[in-house]
Design a protein around this ligand. Structure first.
Ligand SMILES: NC(=O)c1ccc[n+]([C@@H]2O[C@H](COP(=O)([O-])OP(=O)(O)OC[C@H]3O[C@@H](n4cnc5c(N)ncnc54)[C@H](OP(=O)(O)O)[C@@H]3O)[C@@H](O)[C@H]2O)c1
Length: 241
């Protein structure tokens, strides 16, 4: 799939990786970029259509679907990350509400449009989905759930021609990692690598040097092989009449 001429929707589009994804989609010739944000957004490029979209708000999701005519690529990027120690159930629920149920809700709502275009879903997950960082365990749990969701959706939607990409992003220099002193990738380089991965049909995308260290062992590993074996149990779609 090439981005040129495609319609793309990015959630959490006003800052960080989401903002960089909007810029990169435009640079690659996207015909329309729907920028989902919680606060009103103005963008100088006429191809950008702002959408009011809190991913935890079912009414806003529905209104967004009704204002989008056609969609090729949905990028579930909106996310939160708070420090915690798993002692407070409310913090876990907060992460699940945005990072997991937000991704789930937006995906289900846009699925009819994506099926029509035989499009793609891109879930910005995290390396923490597979290797949790113990200072943000609630975040890691929500990302593990979103990753597992991506794997099941990939199997369930493959027959309808909808591809599902999971981005195992490593530390990136955004508000989310402010004050956390580790080497970080730029949001612009991560956005470029995400679209490269989509264009190259990579199921898992490792968009920075830290996450790249997982790529070979993941792609050639026993877990990926088992995911493919399990996917074969999905009944084939009946041929179109
Ligand atoms: N930065 C990293 O190191 C890193 C690593 C791995 C994965 N990721 C993932 O990458 C994605 C983007 O993160 P980032 O680093 O760009 O973080 P960021 O700069 O903190 O941006 C987070 C974005 O998510 C939006 N958001 C939060 N809650 C939302 C909700 N309920 N509905 C809609 N939008 C919501 C924010 O909107 P507001 O401005 O309205 O708050 C903002 O646009 C996240 O899913 C994150 O988990 C980031």
């Amino acid at each position: 799939m090439t981005i040129d001429g495609k319609t793309v929707l990015v959630t959490g589009a006003n800052r960080g990786i989401g903002q960089a994804l909007v810029t990169e989609a435009l640079a690659r010739g996207a015909s329309r970029v729907y920028a989902g944000t919680r606060q009103p957004l103005a963008h100088p490029d006429a191809r950008v259509t702002p959408l009011t979209l809190d991913v935890t708000d079912a009414a806003q999701i529905q209104a967004a679907v009704e204002s989008v005519e056609s969609l090729d690529i949905l990028i579930n990027n909106a996310g939160i990350a708070l420090y915690d120690d798993l002692s407070d159930r409310a913090v876990l629920e907060q992460h699940l509400a945005v990072n997991f149920f937000g991704t789930y809700g937006v995906t289900q709502a846009f699925l009819p449009l994506l099926t029509r275009t035989r499009g793609a879903i891109v879930n910005n997950v995290s390396t923490m989905a597979v290797a949790p960082f113990p200072l943000t365990p609630a975040y890691a749990i929500s990302k593990a759930a979103a990753f597992n969701l991506s794997q099941s959706l990939r199997a369930l939607l493959g027959g309808r021609g909808v591809r599902v990409h999971a981005v195992l992003t490593g530390p990136t220099d955004t508000d989310m990692t402010r004050g956390f002193e580790v080497p970080k990738a730029s949001p612009e380089s991560v956005a470029r690598a995400i679209f490269d991965g989509v264009e190259n049909g990579e199921e898992e995308i490792f968009p920075d040097s830290m996450s790249q260290s997982l790529a070979d062992s993941w792609r050639n590993g026993a877990v990926k092989a088992m995911e493919r074996e399990n996917a074969a149990f999905v009944p084939a779609e009946p041929a179109a009449a």
